[in-house]
Design a protein around this ligand. Structure first.
Ligand code: SAH
Ligand code: MG
Length: 205
């Protein structure tokens, strides 16, 4: 199972926060969970991780749903560490990553596989009922936001399915602690740790 040359090139060139080794590990985890059911991502941004996961969905004959309001997390806003002025809508001064996401998915040839869901994660979650084989949590990294994504979505992962969490740092000097707290909560809830690649951690339900 692997990405096509086109998918790999587009994934590597896209704006985002996913080093290639973690992206390839994410793809492998997506192929694992994709055997059980559809893939779901929280935090699409410009589609970079969505290409690694969309390729996995394509290979499994399933789809990737990816949720984002495309207005950026707190840490993506101006004056913050992960801000990119190119994704600001000059008309309003607000972030808008949707056009970038759309172009990335188009360039990768994954429009029939990657289903963008435009909206606030807990709001979408209030109405969501479909089980998934794979869940990737990579939305807002503030404590309450990351934990809300976990409590909203983790219950939808089928037995044998895979949960992936990004930006997990055990020590505060490495980075924010919220994703690590989400990982600890998942373990406490009975998810079994599978693998660690950089800051990407995977677990099985
Ligand atoms: N997975 C992407 C990066 C995601 S960055 C990659 O690796 O390329 C985090 C994203 O989460 C941002 O695009 C932001 O808009 C989104 N986000 C943050 N809080 C959200 C919320 N409550 N609902 C929907 N999206 C949210
Ligand atoms: Mg991330």
């Amino acid at each position: 199972m692997s990405l096509t040359d086109r998918e790999l090139t587009v994934a590597r060139d896209a704006k985002g926060f996913m080093p290639d080794d973690e992206g390839l590990a994410l793809h492998a985890a997506g192929c694992d969970g994709g055997r059980i059911g559809p893939l779901l991502e929280i935090g699409s941004y410009c589609g970079k991780s969505g290409v690694y996961l969309g390729a996995a969905a394509r290979e499994c004959g399933t789809v990737l749903f990816t949720i984002d309001h495309h207005r950026g997390s707190e840490e993506n806003q101006a004056e913050w560490e992960h801000h990119d002025p190119e994704v600001v809508d000059s008309r309003t001064g607000r972030m808008d990553t949707l056009p970038f996401f759309r172009r990335t998915v188009e360039a990768a040839g994954l429009e029939s596989v990657v289903v963008g869901v435009l909206g606030d994660s807990p709001t979408v979650g209030r109405y969501w009922t479909s089980p998934v084989g794979f869940l990737f949590i990579d939305g807002g990294h503030a404590e309450a936001v990351a934990m809300a994504d976990y409590t909203t979505w983790a219950n939808h992962v089928l037995a044998g399915g895979v949960l992936a969490i990004h930006d997990v740092f055990e020590r505060p000097e490495q980075g924010g602690q919220a994703p690590f707290h989400v990982w600890q909560r998942a373990v406490a809830d009975g998810f079994t740790p599978l693998a660690t690649t950089g800051s990407l951690r995977t677990l099985r339900r």
